[in-house]
Ligand binder design. Structure first.
Ligand code: FES
Length: 163
């Protein structure tokens, strides 16, 4: 699991709210800003956001659970998101999923010990004509096969070594 970030979330959130505003429509932009800067939105930050926007903590947490690009746990440097929607489901998502688990050494919903990889499902990513499909951070892959997964993962391991 990647390291949690210990910081003064009160002042981080106050700075972001100062630029994004404290209306309820600012919720998603604020969450995105924190996700982008810190890699996740910790419980402490969620509490500060709820206070600043006059929302319940449950509402903030619900929004984070709804959007696959928001997380409340630290994630790996490379986040593999395999599409689980119908076209991909029907075209071998299960087999590709097993190949991903095996190549990454983690199950869906997990992050590798070295903090390099996270693996999760996502809903349709607009690649329904090339199923099964996945995202690795912002990179899009379609027509995946179980056999091709090892090479894709090896590429990211190399990139990880260069970081
Ligand atoms: S159903 Fe998988 S990309 Fe659309």
């Amino acid at each position: 699991m990647s390291a949690r970030i210990d910081m003064d979330w009160n002042s981080v959130v106050a700075d972001i709210v100062a630029s994004r505003g404290d209306g309820q429509t600012a919720l998603i932009p604020i969450l995105q800003d924190i996700q982008l800067s810190y890699g996740y939105v910790p419980a402490e930050a969620q509490m500060e956001i709820a206070k600043a926007l006059n929302l319940s903590g449950a509402r903030v947490s619900e929004v984070i659970s709804f959007y696959s690009f928001l997380t409340d746990e630290p994630q790996g440097k490379f986040v593999f998101r395999l599409c689980q929607t119908i076209s991909c489901e029907m075209k071998g998502k299960e087999e590709v999923g097993r190949a991903l688990e095996s190549a990454l050494g983690i199950s869906f919903g997990e992050t590798s010990e070295d903090g390099l990889f996270s693996l999760e499902f996502t809903n349709c990513i607009g690649m329904c004509d090339q199923p099964p499909a996945m995202l690795v951070n912002d990179d899009v892959y379609g027509d995946l096969t179980p056999e091709g997964i090892a090479e894709i993962v090896a590429d990211y391991r190399r990139k990880g070594d260069e970081l």
